[in-house]
Design a protein around this ligand. Structure first.
Ligand SMILES: [Zn+2]
Length: 84
């Protein structure tokens, strides 16, 4: 994937391998070693459509699993206008 211009801060992105949270068919996967272009300034990540398709294809067939995690889903509380 070619370097891009970050759409938020206009810096040139660089090729990196990242760990991506990836949803497929209602399930969350943590996918390691994913090709991405990453902005060195704001850390925004950009993925090529073919990379995302490759992840979907990999997950859709039988695949090795490195680990299975339980995760907490939490929600931040809205700040009360009276507080503080
Ligand atoms: Zn940026």
């Amino acid at each position: 994937m070619e370097p891009l211009i970050c759409e938020f801060c206009q810096h040139n992105t660089a090729a990196r391998r990242v760990t991506k949270n990836h949803w497929l068919n209602g399930r969350l996967y943590i996918v390691e070693n994913v090709e991405a272009q990453v902005c060195p300034e704001c850390h925004e990540r950009y993925y090529h459509a073919t990379t995302l398709d490759a992840i979907d294809a990999f997950l859709s067939q039988e695949h090795p699993v490195q680990a299975t995690l339980q995760v907490e889903v939490v929600r931040m509380q809205a700040k009360s206008k009276q507080a503080g």
